[in-house]
Ligand binder design. Structure first.
Ligand code: FAD
Ligand code: NAD
Ligand code: ISD
Length: 426
């Protein structure tokens, strides 16, 4: 059995939702577009899972955060897909792809063929087993990538009132989940191998601000070590984590956020891969001209950096999705994808944004003992990146604009003196 579509989006996450909306805006005909997702629900705003979804009071629940509410656009419910003639194949994985034949084989045994395929398979959470630690399927060990994980995490929180959690990993998931656990009155210890949190992005000075704030909210930090094993009770629940430095920490629950791997396995040996993702050109087209890739799985040329990057952030998923539909449906009118990387996070009452690249010399500004501060990165005489905590809408727009403009910087001391004013007046 089989069905044929003009366009197929493989994966039903953030990028798929934004691409669907763009297809409709550009006038896709009924019956032309199909989305296949192994998740049981229509595309939703994944960032909600570590924030609103985990709140103890009035938590966010579907259908409230289907795409594209995160960008203040229409909320695409299953009814919307139906009304727009988009075939939404949910709870169905694709188990193999044949890019020469232009077919996908699903877990239900159906062959779906396409003229154009958009790969939007995102990524999966890395498991502790991949670092030699076993037991991560215990009921009180939680990862966080999808709705099923988020429900499991909520259950673990509700089963541990006033209890103790260890959060493994000091990246985005670790920081956001630690904050949410504290809000749920769980005592949190964060364990990670680096010298400071958010090591991929933050400088030690920036990290120190957040760590001090977290400490003021009761979070305990154990840095420079990793998990070596779990202790279990007779029901298979984890009762303690053992660290490589010899420490043992008793726990009621564990949250693990130790990075992701893009879901590329269907295309290995068929498409060119780079930086762990599917390599695409400035039109987001892979090494096979009928296959495009967007979101976390795509390694695309970032024009401003002159190199290929793979980003793991929601804005990149949204923008690459919007772009790819324009590139496919209006090829003559669409130039190359020109994207300035943008990351953000919100924890407790804090909120930061980052634009560009964190390479070169760092120039700090603002009040690190107050609530608004930031940093510029200057590389080869140009401003290439900017970080801002606690800015106003106008200030965030200003640092974004300044970073996009890449102004020449001759005098770092002068940049430091001007601080945020530099971005506002550039
Ligand atoms: P995804 O949204 O992961 O979607 C991929 C989809 O493909 C999934 O539905 C998956 O199940 C499906 N799929 C994969 N393989 C198959 C297959 N073989 N068959 C069928 N379906 C398949 N970014 C930010 O910038 N800010 C944030 O605050 C933020 N918060 C986050 C919070 C959490 C908890 C998580 C997990 C991520 C967060 N991110 C955030 C990152 C952001 O959500 C991702 O960058 C974004 O979701 C990527 O979109 P995507 O469509 O590429 O992948
Ligand atoms: P990450 O890459 O942000 O952080 C991984 C962390 O794992 C590292 O900081 C390190 O501390 C830790 N680590 C690495 N190896 C380890 C080991 N052996 N033992 C213990 N710790 C180890 O990944 P993440 O935090 O898991 O986030 C997953 C994905 O979700 C990322 O793509 C991230 O961008 C995305 N996300 C983004 C946001 C946001 O942008 N606000 C929020 C949540 C999640
Ligand atoms: O995708 C990302 C991410 O989460 C970062 O922190 O890219 C950045 C780089 O690692 C730093 O620019």
């Amino acid at each position: 059995m089989g069905r044929a579509f003009v366009y197929v989006i493989l994966g039903g996450g953030v990028a798929a939702g934004y691409a669907a909306l763009e297809f409709v805006k550009k006038g896709v005909s009924h019956g032309e577009l199909c989305i296949i997702s192994d998740e049981p629900v229509a595309p939703y705003e994944r960032p909600a899972l570590s924030k609103g979804f985990l709140l103890p009071e009035a938590p966010a629940r579907l259908p409230s955060f289907h795409t594209c509410v995160g960008a203040n656009e229409e909320r695409l419910t299953p009814k919307w897909y139906k009304e727009n003639g988009i075939e939404l194949v949910l709870g169905t994985g694709v188990k193999s792809a044949d890019v020469k034949r232009k077919t996908l084989l699903t877990t239900t045994g159906e062959t779906i063929s396409y003229k154009i395929l958009i790969v939007a398979t995102g990524a999966r959470a890395l498991k502790l087993e991949e670092f030699g630690v076993s037991g991560s399927d215990a009921q009180n060990v939680c990862y966080l990538r999808n709705i099923a994980d988020a429900n499991r995490l909520v259950n673990a929180v509700q089963s541990s009132p006033g209890g103790n959690a260890v959060v493994i990993g000091g990246g985005y998931i670790g920081m956001e989940c630690a904050a949410s656990l504290v809000i749920n009155k769980i005592n949190v210890t964060m364990v990670f191998p680096e010298a400071h949190c958010m090591a991929r992005l933050f400088t030690p000075k920036i990290a120190s601000y957040y760590e001090e704030y977290y400490k003021s909210r009761g979070v305990n930090f154990v840095k420079g070590t990793v998990l070596s094993s779990f202790d279990f009770d007779s029901d298979g629940k984890v009762t303690a984590v053992n660290l490589r430095d010899g420490r043992k920490i008793s726990v009621d629950m564990v949250v693990v956020g130790i990075g992701i791997r893009p879901n590329t396995s269907l295309f290995e040996g068929q498409l060119t891969l780079e930086k762990g993702g599917i390599k695409v050109n400035g039109k987001l087209q892979s090494s096979n001209s009928s296959v495009y890739a967007i979101g976390d799985v795509a390694a695309f040329p970032v024009k401003a950096f002159g190199e290929t990057r793979r980003l793991e952030h929601v804005d990149s998923a949204r923008q690459s999705a919007r772009y790819v539909v324009a590139a496919i449906m209006e090829p003559g009118k669409t130039g190359e994808f020109d994207y300035l990387p943008f990351f953000y996070s919100r924890v407790f009452t804090l909120s930061w944004q980052f634009y560009g690249d964190n390479v070169g010399e760092v120039v700090y500004f603002g009040d690190f003992s107050g609530s608004t501060f930031g940093a510029y990165w200057v590389n080869k005489g140009h401003l290439v990146g900017a970080f801002l905590e606690g800015g106003t809408k106008e200030e965030y727009e200003a640092v974004a604009k300044a970073t996009r403009f890449r102004p020449a910087i001759e005098d770092l001391t002068e940049l430091e003196r001007q601080g945020l004013t530099f971005a506002v007046t550039v």
